[in-house]
Design a protein. Structure first.
Length: 165
């Protein structure tokens, strides 16, 4: 993981993007990543903050309004909320729906990223529900032409962003 993270960091920084390591605050610190994304069963946010310092990004996956509010109080820079739509990537429970996402976005002041079942056809709904962004896995990785899928997803997000203003 360390070697992969170090290689990714060089490519990502060269592209002007940020590297967020999933689940492993120690690897994020070791490769000098921009932050870590934690699940509910990962290292507590307070400990991750001790490892990474105040300047690095820490996000947390949440599955309820209560978890999202708790993550915000604990100092998360953003929360991932979901699964919003049905997904087979992870067993994170039943889809919570766009209405639940809308409620979380209205009650939490840190950015909320929609997680779970995000595709070209669902990304816009997530943005219109108030999500600051989306996390995508199978919507890109499960298709043959990943570049086209990425472009299509960005296009859908841009269209939804225009509609929301």
């Amino acid at each position: 993981m360390y070697e992969t993270g170090a290689r990714l960091l060089l490519r990502i920084r060269g592209a002007g993007a940020q590297l967020i390591i999933n689940d492993h605050a120690d690897i994020a610190a070791a490769v000098d990543a921009d932050g870590v994304h934690l699940g509910q069963d990962d290292l507590p946010l307070e400990n991750a903050r001790s490892l990474l310092g105040p300047e690095r990004i820490i996000g947390i996956s949440t599955h309820s309004l209560q978890q999202a509010l708790a993550a915000q109080v604990e100092g998360a820079d953003y929360v991932g909320f979901g699964p919003v739509f049905p997904t087979s990537t992870k067993d994170a429970g039943p889809a919570l729906g766009a209405d639940a996402l809308r409620t979380v976005c209205s009650k939490v002041t840190v950015p909320v990223l929609a997680i779970g079942g995000i595709t070209r056809s669902t990304a816009g709904e997530a943005v219109l529900a108030g999500a600051a962004g989306v996390a995508v896995i199978s919507g890109i990785l499960a298709v043959k032409d990943r570049q086209a899928a990425s472009r299509d997803l960005l296009s859908a997000l841009e269209q939804s962003e225009k509609q929301s203003h």
